[in-house]
Design a protein around this ligand. Sequence first.
Ligand code: PHE
Length: 455
Amino acid sequence: MASFDPSQRDGFSSRFGVIAAAVGSAVGLGNIWRFPYVAGENGGGAFLIIYIGFILLIGIPVMMSEFAIGRRAQRNTFGAFKVLAPRSRWSLVGLMGIIAAFTILAFYSTVAGWTVEYLVNAVGDQFAGKTKEELGVDFSAFSSHAYRPLIWQLVFMVLTAAIVIAGVKNGIEKYTKILMPLLVVLILVVCVRSVTLPNASAGLEYLFNPVWSDITLNSVLMALGQAAFSLSIGMGCLITYGSYIRKNNNLFSTSFMVASADTIIAVLAGVMIFPAVFSFGFEPDKGPELVFIVLPNIFQTMPGGYIFAIIFFFLISVAALTSTISVLEVVVAAFIEEFKISRTKATLIAASSITVLGVFATLSFGQMGDFEILGKSVFGLLEFISANILLTFGALLIILFAGWRLGKANFFDEVTNGGTIKQPLFKVIFFIIRYVAPIAIGFVAVASFFIDDLL
Ligand code: PHE
């Protein structure tokens, strides 16, 4: 029986593999689907600036902390806190991450399923000649359909599980290494088309020209939640991946590279979407369906659009897949090591229980459309709880752990690979980890929960 043996731990085989897997996790629907619509609902250019501020100030330090915690402990996210802080309550942070994996994957697999449906539609040339109204009607008809979105969600979960079962090196690393470079090229192509549409400059202006009066405290919270979501931080995903990184990898430079790639791709997604939004006369605050109506519209107006639509929806599905595997891996790694069960068994248990929750998220666009909790659909609630509560507080607790519990000496030892490499920025970054980032997260979280009500 292939039960857990620490000396036989799976891991990434190369530096490029680490980057590909971590960028694969970070770049996903969060960049291409969520970032444009959240930015569109929260003030465009001004939102972007706040977002980038959070990536630098909070995102990168939390990412480094997660990698350092994971690699030091050589354990899954729950086990990592048990190893590094025995007999303390810190392992609850790991538990919170596992809960976040459930809530994220549940709603994420709904949207991932949609991307596969749109891939199939692109192959069948279903967008051709349609007005934006017709494309809107098509999207609602599909997303509220009794079983089609559920089938695609299931297909997606099965694919995710298959790669996770194959393992870290032979599954996750192998696929992300091929798929991520391809994605970047295609995004660039669609960007070029979008910015050459008539009236594209209105969209660029919306994205890059900050209008500060559109910013509310809530949009600041949304920017923080989106930054955490997009970087895959705050739930131990990168603790888990960190535990697979070899001891000679430079965790600081890896974090910078992953965060930069993720941010550039989010901005490019904005460049891809907003010019088209304005060119076709949409409102930027259309919500979750934005990408599924605007992009088909671009494709049917561009030369070779048929082919680009297929490639694009293939790649967005792939971007989603390289993220879903990282979320599932959080739960699987924990099940393997904590319950001492095989990878296959752990994956099957985790994936099937998450799918059950995911069905409710999908149905909330149709059959369960009237069912609301706290004024939100099941989908909306899972999305809100994930990004704005679990990831935000998770990021806070993780960075407090790295700064105050792991201790400066241990942290220094980990990020200098036992003193073998120099980290000239260590002092500055550790100061941010100890003071600046936790205060900033704490302030935003507390302020947006309480002060918005008072105003
Ligand atoms: N970062 C992924 C995206 O942007 C989503 C994700 C969140 C993945 C948390 C893992 C952990 O699509």
